[in-house]
Write a protein that binds this ligand. Structure first.
Ligand code: KIV
Length: 267
Protein backbone atom coordinates (compact mmCIF):
# COMPACT_ATOMS: atom_id res chain seq x y z
CA UNK A 1 0.00 0.00 0.00
CA UNK A 2 1.51 3.32 -1.10
CA UNK A 3 1.71 6.16 1.42
CA UNK A 4 -1.09 8.68 0.90
CA UNK A 5 0.23 12.22 0.31
CA UNK A 6 -1.09 14.84 2.73
CA UNK A 7 -1.00 18.64 2.58
CA UNK A 8 1.64 18.51 5.34
CA UNK A 9 4.04 16.50 3.11
CA UNK A 10 4.62 19.24 0.55
CA UNK A 11 6.75 21.61 2.64
CA UNK A 12 9.12 18.71 3.32
CA UNK A 13 9.36 18.06 -0.41
CA UNK A 14 10.27 21.72 -0.96
CA UNK A 15 12.89 21.59 1.82
CA UNK A 16 14.44 18.42 0.31
CA UNK A 17 14.41 19.94 -3.18
CA UNK A 18 12.05 17.19 -4.36
CA UNK A 19 9.89 18.57 -7.20
CA UNK A 20 6.10 18.28 -6.99
CA UNK A 21 4.28 16.86 -10.04
CA UNK A 22 0.66 17.99 -10.35
CA UNK A 23 -1.73 17.12 -13.18
CA UNK A 24 -5.42 17.70 -13.82
CA UNK A 25 -8.04 14.94 -14.13
CA UNK A 26 -11.79 15.04 -14.71
CA UNK A 27 -12.88 11.38 -14.40
CA UNK A 28 -12.07 8.22 -12.46
CA UNK A 29 -10.34 6.36 -15.32
CA UNK A 30 -7.71 9.04 -16.06
CA UNK A 31 -7.35 9.79 -12.34
CA UNK A 32 -6.47 6.16 -11.60
CA UNK A 33 -3.87 6.08 -14.40
CA UNK A 34 -2.10 9.33 -13.42
CA UNK A 35 -2.24 8.39 -9.73
CA UNK A 36 -0.64 4.99 -10.37
CA UNK A 37 1.96 6.70 -12.60
CA UNK A 38 3.22 8.64 -9.58
CA UNK A 39 1.73 12.11 -9.79
CA UNK A 40 1.77 13.90 -6.40
CA UNK A 41 -1.32 16.10 -6.75
CA UNK A 42 -4.41 15.47 -8.87
CA UNK A 43 -6.24 18.73 -9.57
CA UNK A 44 -9.83 18.76 -10.74
CA UNK A 45 -9.34 22.04 -12.58
CA UNK A 46 -12.08 24.33 -13.75
CA UNK A 47 -10.24 23.91 -17.07
CA UNK A 48 -13.03 21.30 -17.19
CA UNK A 49 -14.89 24.07 -19.07
CA UNK A 50 -12.29 24.23 -21.84
CA UNK A 51 -11.11 20.66 -22.18
CA UNK A 52 -14.19 18.57 -21.33
CA UNK A 53 -17.18 20.85 -21.91
CA UNK A 54 -15.84 22.46 -25.11
CA UNK A 55 -16.24 26.03 -23.84
CA UNK A 56 -14.10 29.07 -24.69
CA UNK A 57 -13.29 29.83 -21.05
CA UNK A 58 -13.86 28.59 -17.49
CA UNK A 59 -16.57 31.09 -16.54
CA UNK A 60 -19.65 28.90 -17.05
CA UNK A 61 -18.42 25.97 -14.95
CA UNK A 62 -20.73 25.51 -11.95
CA UNK A 63 -20.06 24.38 -8.41
CA UNK A 64 -22.33 21.36 -8.92
CA UNK A 65 -20.32 20.34 -11.99
CA UNK A 66 -17.06 20.67 -10.03
CA UNK A 67 -18.53 18.58 -7.20
CA UNK A 68 -19.63 15.86 -9.63
CA UNK A 69 -16.24 15.67 -11.39
CA UNK A 70 -14.34 15.79 -8.08
CA UNK A 71 -16.45 12.93 -6.70
CA UNK A 72 -15.78 10.70 -9.73
CA UNK A 73 -12.06 11.61 -9.77
CA UNK A 74 -11.82 10.76 -6.05
CA UNK A 75 -12.74 7.14 -6.86
CA UNK A 76 -9.59 6.83 -8.98
CA UNK A 77 -7.12 8.48 -6.62
CA UNK A 78 -5.28 6.52 -3.92
CA UNK A 79 -1.83 8.00 -3.31
CA UNK A 80 -1.98 11.55 -4.69
CA UNK A 81 -3.40 14.54 -2.86
CA UNK A 82 -6.75 15.54 -4.39
CA UNK A 83 -7.47 19.24 -4.91
CA UNK A 84 -10.54 20.77 -6.52
CA UNK A 85 -10.91 24.18 -8.15
CA UNK A 86 -13.46 26.65 -6.85
CA UNK A 87 -15.31 27.82 -9.98
CA UNK A 88 -16.24 31.38 -10.91
CA UNK A 89 -18.70 32.98 -8.45
CA UNK A 90 -18.44 30.15 -5.92
CA UNK A 91 -16.20 32.28 -3.65
CA UNK A 92 -16.30 35.87 -4.95
CA UNK A 93 -19.60 36.95 -3.34
CA UNK A 94 -18.61 36.71 0.33
CA UNK A 95 -16.20 34.76 2.58
CA UNK A 96 -19.22 32.95 4.11
CA UNK A 97 -20.34 31.83 0.68
CA UNK A 98 -16.75 30.77 -0.09
CA UNK A 99 -16.56 28.58 3.04
CA UNK A 100 -19.89 26.99 2.10
CA UNK A 101 -18.73 26.26 -1.48
CA UNK A 102 -15.34 24.93 -0.36
CA UNK A 103 -17.07 22.76 2.24
CA UNK A 104 -19.31 21.21 -0.43
CA UNK A 105 -16.23 20.31 -2.52
CA UNK A 106 -14.90 18.34 0.49
CA UNK A 107 -18.20 16.95 1.83
CA UNK A 108 -19.86 16.00 -1.45
CA UNK A 109 -16.88 15.87 -3.82
CA UNK A 110 -14.40 14.22 -1.41
CA UNK A 111 -11.67 16.77 -2.31
CA UNK A 112 -8.87 17.14 0.23
CA UNK A 113 -8.20 20.80 -0.54
CA UNK A 114 -9.51 23.60 -2.73
CA UNK A 115 -7.80 26.05 -5.10
CA UNK A 116 -8.99 29.57 -5.79
CA UNK A 117 -7.72 32.40 -7.96
CA UNK A 118 -6.45 35.11 -5.64
CA UNK A 119 -5.84 38.84 -5.83
CA UNK A 120 -5.71 41.22 -2.82
CA UNK A 121 -9.53 41.05 -2.50
CA UNK A 122 -9.49 37.32 -1.71
CA UNK A 123 -6.61 36.93 0.75
CA UNK A 124 -9.09 37.13 3.63
CA UNK A 125 -11.20 34.46 1.91
CA UNK A 126 -8.15 32.15 1.86
CA UNK A 127 -7.78 32.78 5.62
CA UNK A 128 -11.48 32.12 6.32
CA UNK A 129 -11.58 28.88 4.30
CA UNK A 130 -8.49 27.39 5.91
CA UNK A 131 -9.69 28.48 9.38
CA UNK A 132 -12.79 26.38 8.66
CA UNK A 133 -10.47 23.36 8.37
CA UNK A 134 -10.21 23.30 4.58
CA UNK A 135 -6.68 23.37 3.10
CA UNK A 136 -6.20 26.01 0.38
CA UNK A 137 -4.01 26.36 -2.69
CA UNK A 138 -3.78 29.98 -3.84
CA UNK A 139 -3.64 30.51 -7.61
CA UNK A 140 -1.81 33.72 -8.63
CA UNK A 141 -0.45 35.31 -11.81
CA UNK A 142 -2.66 34.64 -14.81
CA UNK A 143 -6.12 34.02 -13.36
CA UNK A 144 -8.34 32.62 -16.16
CA UNK A 145 -11.56 33.58 -14.32
CA UNK A 146 -10.53 37.24 -14.79
CA UNK A 147 -9.95 36.87 -18.54
CA UNK A 148 -12.24 39.79 -19.41
CA UNK A 149 -10.56 42.13 -16.91
CA UNK A 150 -7.07 41.11 -18.06
CA UNK A 151 -8.03 41.55 -21.72
CA UNK A 152 -6.99 38.01 -22.66
CA UNK A 153 -4.64 35.30 -21.43
CA UNK A 154 -1.43 37.30 -21.04
CA UNK A 155 1.98 36.63 -19.52
CA UNK A 156 2.16 38.20 -16.06
CA UNK A 157 5.00 40.05 -14.32
CA UNK A 158 6.20 42.06 -17.29
CA UNK A 159 5.00 45.56 -16.29
CA UNK A 160 6.76 47.94 -13.87
CA UNK A 161 5.51 47.16 -10.36
CA UNK A 162 4.22 43.66 -11.24
CA UNK A 163 7.12 41.98 -9.44
CA UNK A 164 6.35 43.71 -6.12
CA UNK A 165 2.60 43.10 -6.46
CA UNK A 166 3.13 39.36 -7.08
CA UNK A 167 5.70 39.02 -4.29
CA UNK A 168 3.42 40.82 -1.80
CA UNK A 169 0.41 38.75 -2.88
CA UNK A 170 2.24 35.43 -2.55
CA UNK A 171 3.49 36.42 0.94
CA UNK A 172 -0.05 37.39 1.95
CA UNK A 173 -1.36 34.02 0.73
CA UNK A 174 1.25 32.21 2.83
CA UNK A 175 0.39 34.33 5.88
CA UNK A 176 -3.32 33.66 5.29
CA UNK A 177 -2.61 29.93 5.61
CA UNK A 178 -2.38 28.66 2.02
CA UNK A 179 -0.28 25.46 1.93
CA UNK A 180 0.76 25.87 -1.72
CA UNK A 181 0.74 28.52 -4.45
CA UNK A 182 0.03 27.82 -8.12
CA UNK A 183 1.88 30.40 -10.23
CA UNK A 184 0.45 30.69 -13.74
CA UNK A 185 2.22 32.34 -16.71
CA UNK A 186 4.51 34.52 -14.60
CA UNK A 187 7.90 35.41 -16.10
CA UNK A 188 10.45 32.95 -14.78
CA UNK A 189 12.64 35.48 -12.91
CA UNK A 190 9.67 36.65 -10.81
CA UNK A 191 8.43 33.07 -10.23
CA UNK A 192 11.94 32.16 -9.07
CA UNK A 193 11.95 35.07 -6.62
CA UNK A 194 8.52 34.11 -5.24
CA UNK A 195 9.69 30.50 -4.82
CA UNK A 196 12.81 31.61 -2.93
CA UNK A 197 10.80 33.94 -0.75
CA UNK A 198 8.13 31.49 0.46
CA UNK A 199 8.32 28.56 2.89
CA UNK A 200 5.32 26.91 1.19
CA UNK A 201 5.88 25.34 -2.23
CA UNK A 202 5.11 27.00 -5.55
CA UNK A 203 3.78 24.93 -8.44
CA UNK A 204 4.25 26.62 -11.78
CA UNK A 205 2.46 26.46 -15.11
CA UNK A 206 4.30 28.43 -17.76
CA UNK A 207 6.40 30.04 -15.01
CA UNK A 208 9.80 28.45 -15.55
CA UNK A 209 11.93 25.70 -14.07
CA UNK A 210 12.61 27.14 -10.64
CA UNK A 211 9.18 26.62 -9.09
CA UNK A 212 8.95 23.80 -6.52
CA UNK A 213 6.74 21.82 -8.88
CA UNK A 214 4.90 21.87 -12.19
CA UNK A 215 1.29 21.43 -13.27
CA UNK A 216 -0.19 20.73 -16.70
CA UNK A 217 -3.69 20.05 -18.01
CA UNK A 218 -3.77 16.30 -18.67
CA UNK A 219 -5.57 16.57 -22.04
CA UNK A 220 -2.83 18.94 -23.28
CA UNK A 221 0.00 16.80 -21.88
CA UNK A 222 -1.22 13.56 -23.53
CA UNK A 223 -2.04 15.24 -26.85
CA UNK A 224 -5.82 14.98 -26.68
CA UNK A 225 -6.46 18.72 -27.05
CA UNK A 226 -7.12 19.63 -30.70
CA UNK A 227 -6.85 23.43 -30.29
CA UNK A 228 -3.49 25.22 -30.44
CA UNK A 229 -1.58 24.99 -27.18
CA UNK A 230 0.36 27.62 -25.22
CA UNK A 231 4.18 27.61 -25.47
CA UNK A 232 4.54 26.06 -22.00
CA UNK A 233 2.72 22.80 -22.83
CA UNK A 234 4.91 19.81 -23.58
CA UNK A 235 2.99 17.09 -25.47
CA UNK A 236 4.22 13.74 -24.16
CA UNK A 237 1.94 11.65 -26.41
CA UNK A 238 -0.45 11.92 -29.33
CA UNK A 239 -3.61 10.35 -27.91
CA UNK A 240 -5.84 12.23 -30.39
CA UNK A 241 -4.08 10.40 -33.23
CA UNK A 242 -4.39 7.05 -31.42
CA UNK A 243 -8.15 7.57 -30.99
CA UNK A 244 -8.58 8.73 -34.58
CA UNK A 245 -6.51 5.90 -36.12
CA UNK A 246 -8.18 3.17 -34.04
CA UNK A 247 -11.67 4.57 -34.74
CA UNK A 248 -11.02 4.70 -38.51
CA UNK A 249 -9.87 1.09 -38.39
CA UNK A 250 -12.94 0.05 -36.36
CA UNK A 251 -15.33 1.82 -38.77
CA UNK A 252 -13.64 0.18 -41.76
CA UNK A 253 -13.78 -3.29 -40.18
CA UNK A 254 -17.48 -2.92 -39.31
CA UNK A 255 -18.31 -1.75 -42.85
CA UNK A 256 -16.29 -4.57 -44.46
CA UNK A 257 -17.72 -7.14 -42.01
CA UNK A 258 -14.28 -8.02 -40.63
CA UNK A 259 -15.36 -7.16 -37.08
CA UNK A 260 -16.65 -9.08 -35.18
CA UNK A 261 -14.81 -12.25 -36.18
CA UNK A 262 -15.65 -15.44 -34.26
CA UNK A 263 -13.38 -14.75 -31.27
CA UNK A 264 -15.48 -11.66 -30.49
CA UNK A 265 -18.90 -13.29 -30.10
CA UNK A 266 -20.67 -16.10 -28.19
CA UNK A 267 -21.69 -19.28 -30.04
O1 KIV B 1 -8.07 24.80 -14.09
C1 KIV B 1 -6.94 24.30 -14.17
O2 KIV B 1 -6.72 23.25 -14.78
C2 KIV B 1 -5.85 25.00 -13.50
C3 KIV B 1 -4.45 24.55 -13.76
C4 KIV B 1 -4.07 24.78 -15.15
C5 KIV B 1 -3.49 25.12 -12.79
O3 KIV B 1 -6.09 25.93 -12.80
Amino acid sequence: MMKKLRTTDFRGMKERGEKIAMITAYDAAIAAIVDAAGVDVVLVGDSLGNVVQGLEDTLSVTLDEMIYHTRIVSRGVERAHLCSDMPFLSYQKSPEDAVESAGRLLKEGRAESVKLEVNDEYVDTVYRIQKAGIPVIAHIGLCPQSVHVMGGYKVQGTLPGDREVLLDLSRSCEQAGAFMVVVESVVSAVAQEITGDLDIPTVGIGSGADCDGQVLVVNDMIGLTQQSLPKFVKKYADVARTISDSTKKYVEEVKREIFPSSEYFYE
